[in-house]
Design a binder for this molecule. Structure first.
Ligand SMILES: [Zn+2]
Length: 592
């Protein structure tokens, strides 16, 4: 009885309390001015005041970009058009004194003139909306579902986004209304508005849409076949694909910017001539990378990466898993899909391995720290970064290969890293509906590999040691030899700029550093000879350990003479060969 009365009360309350509603209108009346005009229609908010906020970052790109810097003319009105007081309370928050108004309309403009996969853009050729830099949210109400109506500029005919069109969403004036489940969903669906060319293909049972902004040397028929193979290859890792549909927005430009992942879409920025010749495989690799992310990072994820905090940095030590494993799988997918030969696949992994071990920063920055500090280091390179940082992409991909080898060996060729990915997908995404902590991840991978990995983590993930690759990769049928050797070096890199030879990098603990040379110094002469870039390159090739060099430089227009001795530097490197005992080589390469 009590139960029945309670449920009646709950139903009654639900009936009489109108839910808050959020609706956005997006307009672009003058694209040449690069301003989006945004309206937020907020209904049934009972608070006397509300805060609206602009995110500081775009998920997937770990840098505080301060999108509020592009926002102007924030105004608010009640349902009768009466202006409400708007006050700025911190860098990305506007406080609105709404009193008893049942309806509030917030209007603002966003300057959009940075064409990249994580920022927004508008001109007379097209508009691109990366949601977290255009749509604000009501503090405390990010979970609210809502609608967004897009009014394209009169000469734009096509809107491409992974968001669903509302059942009543198509109007006669060219505007289209979309529905979103919550704010995370809204900003996870970038929008391309213009006259882009669209085409479709079905792969892995999923309907795929591709929107091409601007000219490129692509063949739609070829892309339909090859992108489908990549999709099938990625899906085969998990044995299932969680999406019903998936959208590619592709910007064909001069300066390619890479890609950004979303749950059922991606944005790729590629050079417009990438679709023929040797560059084409790079395009397919990018497709594989971003597509794999729909599982790894968008669903399989550290607990810090979703639901997101848009107000500040979201720190995680696991980007080496999110980006590194994805970098390993992008290559495995191309192998599975038939775009790489076995040798090409191993060679690609090998160049990552030698890049990692040959980097000075690899001995300074553990990959867990590289992940955590992405916000302050990975996207903020300076002249010293090469001495102090390590990329979690390459190092993470090599660690993925080592963990693959451990699992394959432990399971005697019955399981691989694929099985582990499937397991954490099921356990955390499907069953628990959340991300994992760093310690949970560590426990899961150790249990799947059937061994204690404390030492492995301490040395290679939280530490900077060089692994015993010969031992690590033996189960994969690879023999590994160290090939590094000491060579004469003074430790500087130079470039020509405006007819001058300028120092661009100085290696830590090199004779150049010890002698007092610095980045930005202009090299004028060496051992009595005038220097140009070519003669210096030639000269440095002839020096031997112990040679004395007298270098004339200009620093801030003052001349200095710097004397130093050539020393030696040993850059670690490795080569592989296939062992006679192939062990689990075929299984590793996922041969059927
Ligand atoms: Zn990535």
């Amino acid at each position: 009885m009590i139960k029945n009365i309670l449920s009646i009360i709950i139903v009654t309350i639900a009936f009489f309390t109108s839910a808050q509603e959020v609706k956005y209108n997006l307009r672009m009346p003058k694209p040449q001015n690069h301003y989006y005009h945004v309206e937020m229609e907020l209904s049934n908010f009972s608070e006397k005041e509300i805060n609206i906020k602009m995110p500081i970052w775009a998920p997937g790109s770990y840098l505080a970009r301060e999108f509020a810097k592009n926002v102007n003319l924030v105004k608010a009105f009640d349902g009768n058009g009466k202006a409400l007081t708007v006050k700025k309370t911190n860098k990305n928050t506007w406080n609105i004194q709404k009193g008893n108004a049942n309806k509030v309309v917030v209007k603002y403009e966003v300057y959009a003139f940075e064409l990249s996969v994580r920022t927004s853009f508008l001109d007379l050729t097209h508009g691109f909306v990366s949601g977290s830099g255009v749509f604000m949210y009501v503090e405390g109400y990010k979970e609210k579902a809502g609608r967004v109506e897009v009014f394209p500029f009169e000469e734009f005919r096509v809107i491409t986004t992974a968001m669903k069109v509302a059942s009543d969403g198509v109007s006669n004036d060219g505007a289209t209304t979309y529905v979103f489940e919550n704010y995370d969903h809204l900003v996870d669906c970038p929008i391309e508005i213009g006259n882009q060319e669209e085409f479709f293909f079905t792969a892995a049972g999923v309907k795929h849409k591709v929107a091409m902004y601007n000219f490129g040397n692509y063949s739609i028929e070829k892309l339909k076949v090859d992108m489908a193979k990549v999709v099938e290859g990625a899906t085969s890792v998990f044995g299932q694909n969680p999406n019903k549909d998936y959208t590619f927005i592709i910007h064909n430009v001069v300066n390619a910017q890479g890609g950004l992942e979303h749950r059922n879409s991606t944005v790729l920025s590629v050079n417009r001539w990438t679709y023929e010749g040797p560059k084409y495989i790079g395009f397919l690799k990018l497709v594989a990378h971003e597509y794999f992310h729909l599982w790894n990072v968008k669903r399989i994820r550290p607990v810090e990466l979703g639901p997101f905090n848009y107000d500040e940095e979201n720190y995680t030590s696991l980007l080496w898993v999110m980006e590194g494993f994805t970098s390993y799988y992008e290559k495995l997918i191309l192998l599975r899909a038939g775009f790489y030969t076995e040798k090409q696949f191993i060679d690609k992994m090998w160049s990552s391995l030698n890049y990692v071990e040959g980097s000075v920063g690899a001995r300074v920055q553990p990959v867990a720290h590289a992940s955590f500090d992405a916000w302050i280091k990975a996207y903020r390179h300076n002249e010293n970064s090469r001495n102090t940082t390590m990329t979690y992409y390459s190092r993470g991909s090599v660690i993925a290969m080592m963990l693959d080898a451990k699992i394959i060996k432990h399971c005697k060729g019955k399981e691989s890293l694929d099985g582990f990915m499937q397991k954490i997908y099921k356990k955390y995404y499907e069953q628990k509906g959340r991300g994992f902590s760093e310690s949970e991840f560590k426990k899961e991978i150790a249990s799947f590999a059937g061994q204690n990995l404390d030492d492995f983590f301490a040395k290679y993930i939280d530490g900077t040691e060089i692994p015993d690759y010969n031992k690590e990769f033996a189960p994969l049928g690879l023999k590994v030899e160290y090939t590094g050797e000491a060579k004469p070096s003074i430790g500087l890199s130079i470039a020509e700029s405006g007819g001058k030879v300028i120092i661009k990098g100085i290696r830590s603990n090199s004779s150049a550093e010890d002698a007092g040379l610095s980045v930005n110094d202009e090299i004028i002469g060496i051992n009595g000879f005038r220097a140009d870039k070519k003669s210096l390159d030639d000269y440095f090739k002839t020096v031997n350990k112990g040679d004395e060099l007298s270098i004339l430089i200009s620093r801030d227009n003052q001349l200095y003479s710097v004397d130093l001795f050539v020393t030696e530097y040993e850059r670690p490197s490795f080569k592989y060969s296939l062992s006679e005992d192939k062990q689990y080589y075929d299984f590793w390469l996922r041969k059927p």
